[in-house]
Design a protein around this ligand. Structure first.
Ligand code: NAD
Length: 374
């Protein structure tokens, strides 16, 4: 990806939105990514002005950007820049009333091979956003997308195998999921960089009064997700299955996650924006919750059923920091905002499949043009 200096020279504005400099702007760092494009679409549909700051490092996200630029030529501003470039971040934040800080190195695997770059992007990049926000008067709202990885691999949770999944022995955990009182236990460089970033966000809320909130997100899935083996497993499984390629299962496939359809996540962002005074300075677990869980094997069964034939699989060893069971307890956020995950996995997967069929047309076995590096 290159260092911050290289990033500075690369920073460039791709399009300038119409409207006056004083109109409210929502800044989405990493806005060309999967979560970003879905949030941008929602805000632009509401008539808002949006600025995206993204270095386009993630394979496939240029397509997301093209989608937004074609659909919303008037109110979208794009800055191709790196969050490690504090000058570019400062310029983008100067015009922002709301900041959704999504830009990140997103893979645990990459963080293990390049921990310094992971730190620079996730921790230092977040500090750049916070410092720029702190200089603004009044300070803009900041929503930070953290991860369930801040709770570590939850190795102490007693589990049993049931059908195709792990199930917690403890009844309360089984019925409600993991809540925010769980001890933080950063695991993997990614867990450390995202975890320290979220702690800075909370600290800037406490010490500098920044109206900031942290989402500790579980597995998000949906349209515009260029999932790969390292991140975005639901989309990755669907992409592999469509291409007739095998899916690698790391571990035994009984791992369980609560899955949240991206439009439900976007609703949560909107709810947080509306209730920021009640939520500021707090971290919330955000995911599909106990009603929307899937194990890897269950997703494969669903795909087999959908396709009418078995998806080829190969079993590989466990990966570092992989959680055998993680399901969010979202009650704390629901209690303040009334928000709830609404989309059942079957419906969400159908919608993701439809998007993939339109976005990645391919004959069985052919390479996926947009799922490779660009
Ligand atoms: N998708 C999930 O299941 C999930 C779960 C937990 C947390 N998160 C967090 O949510 C956020 C968004 O995730 P996503 O799934 O949309 O990922 P994504 O990879 O699709 O989007 C991230 C975007 O950030 C951009 N980016 C990467 N490095 C950058 C840099 N140095 N400067 C500027 N832009 C950079 C990428 O080009 C990409 O467009 C991330 O912070 C991620 O850690 C996602």
């Amino acid at each position: 990806m290159g260092g911050p200096r290289a990033a500075t020279t690369r920073a460039r504005r791709m399009s300038t939105a119409n409207g006056t400099a004083s109109s409210p702007v929502a800044l989405l760092t990493g806005g060309a990514g999967f979560v970003g494009v879905n949030l941008a679409k929602r805000l632009l549909d509401e008539g808002r002005r949006v600025c995206i700051l993204d270095n386009l490092a993630r394979a496939g996200v240029r397509n997301n950007l093209r989608f937004l630029q074609e659909r919303y030529p008037a109110r979208l501003d794009v800055l191709v820049a790196d969050v490690r470039d504090d000058g570019a971040v400062t310029r983008a934040v100067e015009r922002a009333d709301e900041i959704y800080h999504l830009a990140a190195q997103v893979a645990v695997t990459t963080s293990l091979t390049a921990p310094v770059e992971d730190f620079d992007i996730n921790a230092r990049g977040t500090l750049n956003v916070l410092e720029a926000a702190r200089r603004r008067k009044p300070a803009p709202l900041v929503i930070y997308t953290s991860t369930n990885k801040v709770y570590g691999n939850l190795a102490d949770v007693a589990l049993k195998k049931q059908s195709q999944r792990y199930v917690p022995v403890d009844k309360a955990l089984r019925e409600k999921g993991v809540d925010e009182s769980r001890t933080l236990d950063f695991h993997s460089p990614y867990g450390c960089s995202k975890g320290s970033a979220e702690q800075y966000v909370l600290e800037y809320a406490r010490s500098y009064g920044l109206p900031a909130v942290v989402f500790r997100m579980s597995c998000i899935y949906g349209p515009h997700q260029y999932g790969n083996e390292d991140q975005g497993w639901v989309a990755h499984f669907l992409i592999q299955a469509r291409a007739g390629r095998p899916v690698s299962i790391y571990g035994d496939g009984f791992q369980v996650r609560d899955v949240l359809f991206v439009e439900d996540l976007v609703e949560a962002f909107c709810a947080a924006r509306q209730r920021i005074d009640a939520l500021r300075g707090c971290a919330f677990n955000i995911g599909g919750g106990p009603a929307n869980t899937l194990s890897l094997l269950e997703l494969l069964s669903l795909l087999n059923e959908r396709q009418g034939h078995a998806v080829a699989t190969q079993f590989v060893g466990w990966r570092t920091a992989d959680q055998r069971y993680y399901v969010s307890n979202t009650s704390r956020f629901t209690a303040v905002t009334g928000w709830q995950a609404r989309t059942p996995p079957r419906e969400g997967i159908e919608r993701l499949s439809q998007w993939l069929e339109a976005a990645l047309p391919l004959s069985r076995g052919a390479p996926l043009p947009m799922a490779v590096s660009q």
